[in-house]
Design a protein around this ligand. Sequence first.
Ligand SMILES: C[S@@+](CC[C@H](N)C(=O)[O-])C[C@H]1O[C@@H](n2cnc3c(N)ncnc32)[C@H](O)[C@@H]1O
Length: 303
Amino acid sequence: MNEEQNGVYQHNYKEMNLEDLKKLLESCEISKNQKKKILKQIKWIESADSRRELRKKRKQRYKEMTKQSIKDGTYSKRQKLEKITTRDNFDELHHIAIDLSFDKLMTNKDLRKLGKQLGWCYKENRRSQHPVQFHICGLQDRMRSHLDPSFTNWDVHFDGNVFESFPKEKLTYLTAESGNVLEELKHGMVYVIGGLVDHNHKKGVCHNLAEENKISTARLPLAENVDLQGRKVLTVNHVFEIILAFCECRNWRDAVLKILPPKKLSSNDVTSKTNENHCDEVQKSSEHVDEDFSNKLLTKDLP
Ligand SMILES: C[S@@+](CC[C@H](N)C(=O)[O-])C[C@H]1O[C@@H](n2cnc3c(N)ncnc32)[C@H](O)[C@@H]1O
């Protein structure tokens, strides 16, 4: 139930039941921050019934729509997705690598979050009209245990250490601290995202690592395209998805607006996000990735 962090035992609220959470809430030893987290978890548990109800309704609606489309003669079975991963034509394809060499810098909770973010990246790439070659580099045991169990069947490249798997001149490490702005995506280049969830506590780790290895770096053109609210350091899945969206529309503003959640944007940008279609007709944001990520979706829907 507890996880050690900096020598202090922390409660893992997600694994506690309602009764224990309520007891803990009454304890006078908890901080404001802990209280907030406990209340959030209580709310999550207490809303289980309504979430179940919603799922039921969604299933029912889907069944009715399928029935109707069979009646109308418009029903078509979901097509089997084609394999994306290939070792051919390296220089003609776009490549994104996630550098998973930071296991030791993360708590189990952070690894769990990163596992979900990777699953999200995988799903989005699998569904994209313009998928990239997705390289998972340097997967280690701790991270492995936090990935969706279906990951061994994922249609991705499992490579070794990122710096040893590609020629250095083919690598560009994406870092928020870089002095270079990413303007284009070049075929045959591997754009590396640091697989790190650190809540901004370990500033510059990936940038320093890239410099030590004499790899070129670049930051996403965020400030050039939107009025970003809060940190310029994005999550792994947001960076991945912005690049994926850019592969579709070749326009950074549209890609950034499509992917970033409203809370990261100014009110003007939120208005453009909601009023215009960015990159494709389906408007979506992956801001729910932490809360509402469905592992079932990954294992069931994707080969
Ligand atoms: C949550 S961030 C990790 C932050 C960490 N403190 C570090 O040292 O990079 C995860 C990764 O996303 C990428 N990233 C985040 N924001 C970015 C930005 N604005 N431009 C380019 N890459 C970014 C970087 O590769 C980064 O390592």
